[in-house]
Design a binder for this molecule. Sequence first.
Ligand SMILES: [Fe+2]
Length: 334
Amino acid sequence: MTPRNNLHNQYRINETISSPSLCYRRNVKPLKPQDFVLPKPPVSTALTRRGLVLGGLGLIGTAGLATAAYGVGIEAEGLVVTRYRPKPPEWPADLRLSVTVIADLHAGGPNMGLAHIRRIIAEAKTLKSDLVVLLGDFFATHRFVTERVPHDVWAGELAQIEAPLGTWAILGNHDWWYDIDGVRKALARVRIPVLENDAVEIAHQGGRFWLAGIGDQIAIPVRNHRYLGVDDLPGTLARIDNNNPVILLVHEPDIFPNVPRRVALTLAGHTHGGQVRLPLVWQRFVPSAYGARYAYGHVIEDNRHMIVSAGLGTSILPVRLGMPPEIVQVALGA
Ligand SMILES: [Fe+2]
């Protein structure tokens, strides 16, 4: 039996349909607009600078060229820190916890070379969170890579962030599609544990909480934009054997409708917040079956909370527009 057949028996198939160069999961239940809140992109100094840069470039070229130059050369190499203070009902008010979220690093030039990675790591270290989580898609796989950053190098940089409660990782679809063994080995060499359909209970400030992570939902391409998921949410949650609060790490946010209220907070990446937010049409290009619904930010549905990071790198094209690279810091508890 091949490894793929093993996985096929072990996990479910995620149905997908094709779209322009992106994949979407099918069988989703549409909600009405009043059922969810569309988050806004972050306000940042990088965004403020965009107006000035675009204005300057507009004097010497067309608006289209200026926008492209901005998206490739300036915004994609920017950095903001986006902070959230969610109040999920399942999280104890007296358990204070700060979490740094690093998502979708996509290490590799032109916009995620080693110098920029080191800048990100330096910024993340200043946040001094209790816990660091890495949400997968660690290296660049688009066809425009100009600087290769070896696995051991980006992993070594990430390991330097450090936190009292440790750094924990999950794996993303690009890790699976292009070099899953290399990513696993690199993370293991720097002693960053991977939570793959697993949960750990962590003691903190006299209390305890669970940190859980699931396997990637579109890990293995099958054919015609269909993928085999290695995610096992029920199995992961079955490992939680007491009532302590739960933080769940997922790469793709599309699993959120299946996440029970028992989970206090879900943290996701993958969408890059839309990455290129061209007016009117960007929602169509979000790699999610739900379009804008889970594209970015703090989502609250049915008293369940999820934060979707815009991530740091780029995929498909080395461009960002209207959605700068971000480190997320989440503060839980009063
Ligand atoms: Fe991804």
